[in-house]
Design a protein around this ligand. Structure first.
Ligand code: ADP
Ligand code: 5RP
Length: 566
């Protein structure tokens, strides 16, 4: 009888709309089985699950029960589909969107799961794209600037409203009863690991990028927090306490209860959690500086390694060991990429396009992409700013909004679709040029994530706009593969895994054989369009014309929770 000696690791990627799990063979990186579970509650941006509690503009919540469903459903499916025994799974790792945070009770129960708080919006998970803490972010940035806090420079000069402290402070300001009832506030990533291991272990990646924690300096001082709000003086001990462990280490082992629920063996090593973007880098095989990776889905994150700590304006952050141990990890991003196109297909596509897509048996994205491909760069006469969900880098301003220029009575949906794609590519070029200008080399570009897989036109446009080849990650589930690799590192070499993420990346990460190459004619036209984009970017984004903010203020003055005020 031939014995199957293969060993496996499981990675689970908790995205914006779904959780994706993969079972990966150690050594080869072969993805033996994949399972996807859409979140039952999706993204809650209008109502709570009770169906009556209305959410204000800029809110985006999730239900933590959905994360448990992902684990309970996908992991047994993987084992069954692959015919793999639990004993052959040597480790498990997870990654998450971030900062996606929630208040929990001392026993780990999310406050939204307690009956008395079920209709309280602040008791739920605040998703990364919850942008309603912009006031708190502005006040935090003003206070930090006036006090000359050195941490600001490591975050490109501004702390984003998407991150932990503005969100936590919003809870304190608007729902002190929830703030008080919370034992601690945690990243959803760490909460899921806590469900698996029974222990709260905070990961250094989210602490570093999203909660202003520094490997040597720790969190900002008590003085700073007192200056922000006297009630926050002890916020770290009160609400953010807990051991912070470096990525690439073990958080603990599966408890008996968790193991029974997901069908694995108790004691299986569980990796310290990670962020969906950052975990993708080794999965594409990148472990050295100069190689920018774009993780393209609902949003795009740009991650890059460097050897020195450079202060780059408008970056999300530079964190030592934040992505790959031994390097400075840089992150930048665009908060609206796939969401941009989703808005368009949901709100702006005429019925005859829907009928045509149905006749062809394709989706709207495919139909629009097909039609947009027939256009040459510049042919639409359109130019857009990609700020439909604010600007994450390089302006770090959630109050900026979208803009389309050049539309006429002849403008067609595919022209707008293409202009929106181009706008996101220009936004990426702005990020790349800013990195270079401030001394962080970008020599090669890579992409992964849902969009890198699904939209070849988009990837060609990015290659043309950046005038650089773009290589695509080999896996269709790159973050989940990265998590599985960290699971194998948590197990360690003596248990059949790896001793470092670099070793795992060498054997299990990689790219597809073909790259998207820039086309000379397109590059020339996009250089012209990009110059115009950059002028509009400064004009609308750096205070010369604050019309976007005026419009937003007028809107909120005439509506309450999205409802017109008579
Ligand atoms: N063919 C396509 N072209 C462009 N965008 C797409 C296409 N198909 C899906 N999208 C967008 O991709 C996003 C989902 O990306 P994905 O990477 O699958 O998930 P997540 O953001 O949850 O990680 C959605 O916003 C959706 O509108
Ligand atoms: O900010 C992040 C990482 O730092 C978020 O996790 C990310 O932008 C959301 O990811 P996705 O668009 O793939 O769901």
């Amino acid at each position: 009888m031939v014995m199957n000696m293969a060993k496996y690791s499981i990675g689970v990627d908790f995205g914006t709309q779904s959780g994706r799990a993969v079972l990966v063979e150690i050594g080869t990186g072969r993805e033996v089985a994949t399972a996807v579970k859409a979140y039952t509650h999706g993204v809650m941006d209008a109502y709570l699950p009770d169906g009556v509690t209305r959410l204000a503009d800029d809110w985006a919540l999730q239900h933590p029960g959905d994360y448990l469903e992902v684990l309970h459903e996908t992991i047994p499916q993987l084992l069954q589909a692959a015919g793999v025994e639990p004993a052959d799974v040597i480790g498990i790792g997870i990654d998450f969107t971030a900062c996606t945070m929630l208040p929990i009770a001392a026993d780990g129960t999310p406050l939204c799961m307690r009956a008395e708080f079920a209709s309280h919006p602040h008791s739920y998970v605040k998703l990364w794209k919850h942008h309603a803490a912009q006031d708190e972010a502005n006040r935090l940035n003003d206070t930090a600037t006036s006090r000359g806090e050195t941490f600001l420079a490591r975050y490109g000069g501004k702390i984003s409203s998407e991150w932990m402290l503005p969100k936590l402070w919003q809870i304190l300001n608007e729902a002190p009863e929830i703030y008080d009832a919370a034992d601690v506030m945690v990243e959803a990533a760490d909460w899921v690991v806590m469900q698996l291991t029974g222990k709260l272990v905070r990961n250094s990646c989210t602490a570093g990028y999203k909660a202003i924690w520094h490997k040597r300096d720790g969190y900002p001082s008590q003085d700073f927090f007192r200056a922000l709000d006297p009630r926050l003086e002890n916020v770290i001990d009160d609400k953010l306490r807990g051991e912070i462990r470096p990525i690439g280490t073990r958080a603990g082992e599966l408890t008996e209860v968790a193991a029974n629920l997901i069908g694995l063996r108790p004691g299986t090593p569980v990796a310290v959690a990670n962020v969906d973007a950052h975990v993708s880098m080794p999965a594409v095989g990148i472990t050295e500086p100069g190689k920018l990776l774009m993780i393209m889905g609902t949003s795009t994150c740009h991650v890059l390694l460097g050897t020195e700590e450079r202060m780059v304006p408008g970056m999300c952050g530079v964190v030592e060991d934040g992505i790959i141990p031994g390097y400075m990890g840089y992150e930048a991003g665009q908060s609206c990429v796939g969401d941009h196109f989703e808005w368009f297909i949901e709100q702006c596509v005429p019925v005859n396009y829907v009928e045509e897509a149905n006749r062809q048996g394709v989706g709207i994205h495919q139909l629009l992409t097909q039609k947009a491909k027939a256009l040459r760069p510049g042919e639409s006469g359109l130019l857009a700013l990609d700020w439909w969900n604010g600007n994450r880098s390089t302006l770090v301003d959630a109050d900026l909004t979208g803009m389309l220029l050049g539309a006429t009575l002849a403008t067609k949906p595919e022209e707008i679709y293409r202009a929106l794609i181009e706008a996101t590519a220009f936004g990426t070029r702005m990020i790349v040029e800013t990195f270079r200008e401030y001394g962080v080399p970008v020599d090669e570009v890579y992409a992964c994530g849902g969009i890198a897989e699904k939209n070849d036109l988009m990837m060609q446009i990015y290659a043309d706009v950046l005038n650089m080849p773009i290589r695509i990650g080999a896996s269709s589930q790159t973050p989940a593969l990265g998590s599985a690799m960290f699971g194998a590192v948590a197990a360690g070499k003596t248990n059949g895994g790896y001793d470092s993420i670099q070793d795992a990346a060498r054997e299990m990460g990689g790219v597809k054989p073909d790259a998207y190459l820039p086309q000379e004619d397109a590059v020339k036209v996009y250089d012209v369009l990009y110059a115009e984009y950059a002028r509009l970017y400064d004009y609308f984004g750096r205070g010369e014309n604050n019309v976007m903010k005026t419009l937003k203020q007028l809107k909120s003055a005439t509506t309450k929770d999205g409802v017109p005020v008579c």
